[in-house]
Design a binder for this molecule. Structure first.
Ligand code: HBI
Ligand code: FE
Length: 292
């Protein structure tokens, strides 16, 4: 991904340096350097946190909510070491600070070792609503809570392992779609109600209600091959969401995946466009919107 090394995204003000890979180690880890966050950074974190917290009770699944409580990160940009302790106690995962997006290989290796790469810099106030690349709010608030769930935690480690294997086989593109439609934009059904667990949803105040209530997007029952054939959008709300009933489905999907068999059988079929519906889809209705 060339964005990783683009010097134009580098800036040298505020706390952790945005897009500065010059001090990164071989595995792209850096020091979080918590003392560099400014009062303005901490204030912006609290604003983002409070805005999401007005939505989380109604829209996030119970496992995410429990994980978020455990992380106790309301007061400002969190200290990664403290968070690592809490996560280690729950599921044996820890955080590693990174300067931004890192190459697939390094990313997979961290996950395979139960380390979640967390971008250290925070967006600017004018980017409060929209950001294409991950920052510390997306990575920490969006991704870490659900890693407190033991089944999800094992699934994410397995994703790292299978990702490394996919690299050898030239199949990263297909694994990345699975990540996108689950880890980033996944929905789960609980007592007939849709709840979000994906980090891209739960770190966005607009997409949080949209993902479960809007009539516009398609919602389809989780189907591994279907997802692996489906393109995705990185710069708008999703046009298709996939819905699981249990986190076990995610683990099993990777555990039983035969990458070579997938490449032979599925890549001969046409790719599926964003928002496109196919005959075998089991579609799922949105929740009824809450009274405002
Ligand atoms: N790097 N920091 C970071 N965060 C990601 O989510 C990420 C990455 N590098 C590669 C990547 N994601 C995806 O392309 C993989 O899931 C394939
Ligand atoms: Fe993410």
């Amino acid at each position: 991904m060339n964005k990783v090394f683009n010097p134009e995204t580098a800036s040298h003000e505020g706390a952790a340096l945005r897009g500065d890979y010059s001090n990164a180690r071989e595995d792209f880890a850096i020091e979080q350097d918590w003392s560099r966050y400014t009062d303005a950074d901490h204030a912006l974190w609290r604003k983002l946190y409070q805005r999401q917290m007005s939505l989380i009770p109604a829209y996030a699944c119970a496992e995410f909510r429990a994980g978020l409580d455990r992380l106790d990160c309301a007061d400002g940009v969190p200290d990664f070491e403290q968070a690592s302790k809490r996560l280690r106690a729950a599921t044996g995962w820890e955080l590693v600070a990174v300067p931004g997006l890192i190459p697939d290989d390094a990313f997979f290796k961290h996950l395979a070792n139960r380390r979640f790469p967390v971008t250290s810099w925070l967006r600017k106030p004018e980017e409060v609503d929209y950001l294409v690349e991950p920052d510390v709010f997306h990575d920490f608030f969006g991704h870490l809570p659900i890693i407190s769930d033991p089944v999800f935690a094992d699934f994410l480690q397995l994703y790292g392992e299978r990702g490394l294997e996919a690299e050898q086989r030239g199949a990263v593109k297909y694994l990345a779609r699975l990540y996108w439609y689950t880890v980033e934009f996944g929905l789960i059904r609980r007592e007939g109600q849709l709840k979000a667990f994906g980090a891209g949803i739960l770190s966005s105040s607009g997409e949080t209600p949209y993902s479960v209530e809007s009539e516009k997007p398609l919602r389809v029952k989780f189907d591994r091959e279907r997802i692996m054939r489906t393109n995705y959008l990185i710069d708008d709300y999703q046009k298709t969401y996939f819905v699981i009933d249990e986190f076990d489905e995610l683990f099993a999907a990777l555990d039983t995946l035969d990458i070579d068999a997938f490449l032979i059988a599925e890549t001969a079929k046409p790719q599926i466009g964003v928002g496109e519906r196919i005959p075998q889809d089991t579609t799922i209705a949105p929740n009824t919107a809450r009274a405002a």
